[in-house]
Design a protein around this ligand. Structure first.
Ligand SMILES: [Mg+2]
Length: 442
C-alpha cells in the first residue's frame, strides 16, 4: 500500500521513525501539520467502564442497557458481544436471542458521566481547544502545540496511554488536518488504534470508503447518493458542486469538500449542548393516557432540571413515541418565550401526543420521550413575559434548591407520583432508556 497512513492497534507500540529511532522534534514550528486535529473516541465506552471496575468480566460479551428479559435497548456492547452482530440501539430481547450467554448490565449514567469528565480533563492538559462531541468522544485542536505538548502523533500516543492507565478505558484516535477526516480516521482505527492521515493525503484515504462513513450522511442521504450511482467518498468528491447543490442544497457541496479532505471547521469551545432530553421504555406496552402523561411529566421534570443546571432555555420541544411494534414517530413544536420550566415543556409535549399516536394508527405505546432543543443561555428574564412563567420560575428555583440539598428524589411533581402508583399496579416503568444520539457506538 503506497498510501502513507500511519496506523497501529494495541497497547502502546513504540512510535518510531523509519530508521527505528524515536521520533524527532519537527524541523520547523508547526512541523508537517499546518493544522493538527485529533479525534479521540472511547471504545465501547459504557461496556469498557463496567469491565474496568469488574475485571472478572474481561473478555466476556458484556452488554450495557438493561436487565436480561428487560425491554430496553443496547446502549453499549463490548467487542466480544459485537461478534454476534450486537449493536447499540438493538433491543435487549434481540441481543439475548443473538447471544444468550451475554452479561447484561444496567446503565450507570452517574459513573460514566464521572469518567467522561475525567476523560475531558486528560484531553485538556494537551490543548485548551477541546470540544466534546459526545459523552465519549472529542475533537482536540493541537495545532502549534509541539513546543508545549510534543508533535501530534506523540500527543495521541500519550492520551491513549493515560486513558488506559488512569481510567482503565480504551480510546481510539484519528489525526488529520480537519475534524471530519480525523473522526473517520478514529473510526477506522477501532478498536484500540491510532491512525494519522498526513496533510495532503485526506482525499486518498477517504476515496475508497463508503459514503455512509462520512458524518452527516445518514440513511436518507446515503440512499439518495446511491440512487445517483455514488457509492464511495471518492465518487462523491468528484461530483460537480452544481449537481450536488441542486439535489442537497448547501449541504451537498460541503459534503463533497469534506470527501476531498478539505475541512476547516473550527473546534468550538464552551457550551456545546444542542439539546437535552430523556425517554423511557415502559415495562409493558400501554394505552393508559394518564400513565403516559405522568411518565412524560417525570421526563419533562428531568429535562427541565438539566436545562436549569446548565443555565439554558429551550425554544423547541420534541416528542417521540414508539409503538409496541417498534414503529416510531417524532413531532416537534416551537414555544415562545423560551423556557426551562417542566410545566411548559409538559404542556407543549403532551399537545403533540395525540397527533403522534394518530399518525401511528392508535397503537399501544412502548416508549415515550421528550427532547428540548433550540437552546439559548439566560432565560429567567425571558420567562417574565407573562404571569404564569414568573410563578413557575420561582417554584422551580425553590425545587432546585431543595434538590441541591436533599437529592433529586426529595421533591417531585405530584403528577409523576402516578408513575409510582402504576409501577405497583403494572410492574414498574422506571427502566431508563439510553439516548440513542448520545449512546456511544464505538
Ligand atoms: Mg466511542
Amino acid at each position: 500500500m503506497t498510501l502513507s497512513v500511519l496506523a497501529f492497534r494495541g497497547p502502546l507500540p513504540a512510535l518510531t521513525d523509519t530508521d527505528g529511532q524515536p521520533p524527532r522534534a519537527p524541523a520547523r514550528p508547526g512541523g508537517v501539520w499546518p493544522r493538527a486535529i485529533l479525534h479521540a473516541d472511547l471504545d465501547a465506552f459504557f461496556a469498557t467502564a463496567e469491565i474496568a471496575r469488574r475485571p472478572e468480566l474481561a473478555g466476556l460479551p458484556v452488554i450495557v442497557g438493561g436487565r436480561r428479559g428487560g425491554r430496553g435497548v443496547v446502549s453499549a456492547a463490548a467487542y466480544p458481544a459485537r461478534v454476534y452482530g450486537i449493536r447499540s440501539g438493538m433491543s435487549i430481547a434481540e441481543a439475548e436471542r443473538r447471544c444468550p450467554h451475554a452479561v447484561f448490565l444496567p446503565v450507570d449514567g452517574a459513573h460514566y458521566g464521572d469518567l467522561a469528565r475525567r476523560f475531558r480533563a486528560i484531553l485538556m492538559t494537551y490543548s485548551p481547544l477541546v470540544q466534546m462531541t459526545g459523552p465519549d468522544e472529542a475533537a482536540i485542536d493541537v495545532t502549534g502545540m509541539e513546543r508545549v505538548s510534543g508533535p501530534p502523533e506523540l500527543i495521541a500516543l500519550d492520551i491513549r496511554r493515560r486513558v488506559r492507565e488512569e481510567l482503565a478505558l480504551v480510546v481510539s484516535i484519528g489525526l488529520a488536518t480537519g475534524r471530519t477526516t480525523a473522526k473517520i480516521a478514529a473510526k477506522t482505527a477501532k478498536p484500540d488504534g491510532f491512525r494519522a492521515v498526513p496533510p495532503g493525503k485526506g482525499a486518498a484515504f477517504l476515496a475508497p470508503l463508503p459514503v455512509a462513513a462520512m458524518p452527516g450522511i445518514g440513511p436518507a442521504t446515503e440512499r439518495a447518493l446511491h440512487a445517483m450511482g455514488i457509492k464511495t467518498l471518492g465518487a462523491l468528491a468528484a461530483l460537480p458542486d452544481a449537481q450536488l447543490r441542486a439535489r442537497f442544497g448547501d449541504l451537498g457541496p460541503a459534503l463533497a469538500r469534506h470527501a476531498r479532505g478539505e475541512d476547516d471547521m473550527p473546534i468550538t469551545v464552551g457550551h456545546v449542548m444542542k439539546s437535552v432530553g430523556h425517554e423511557r421504555t415502559l415495562r409493558a406496552d400501554t394505552r393508559d393516557r394518564a400513565f403516559l402523561r405522568a411518565t412524560l411529566a417525570a421526563l419533562c421534570d428531568e429535562t427541565a432540571t438539566e436545562l436549569r443546571r446548565h443555565g439554558q432555555t429551550a425554544r423547541v420541544v420534541h416528542l417521540r413515541v414508539r409503538a409496541g411494534d417498534f414503529r416510531s414517530v417524532g413531532m416537534q413544536t416551537t414555544i415562545s418565550p423560551a423556557t426551562n420550566a417542566q410545566q411548559v415543556l409538559l404542556d407543549a409535549a403532551w399537545a403533540l401526543y395525540e397527533p403522534c399516536i394518530a399518525r401511528l394508527g392508535w397503537p399501544t405505546v412502548r416508549l415515550i420521550g421528550v427532547r428540548a432543543a433550540g437552546l439559548g443561555g439566560g432565560g429567567a428574564q425571558l420567562t417574565l413575559l407573562s404571569d404564569r412563567p414568573e410563578r413557575l420560575c420561582s417554584i422551580n428555583a425553590a425545587v432546585d434548591a431543595i434538590r441541591a440539598r436533599h437529592g433529586t428524589q426529595a421533591i417531585r411533581p405530584a403528577l409523576t407520583l402516578l408513575t409510582a402508583e402504576h409501577t405497583r399496579n403494572h410492574a414498574d416503568a422506571r427502566e431508563p432508556t439510553p439516548q440513542p444520539p448520545r449512546a456511544p457506538h464505538g
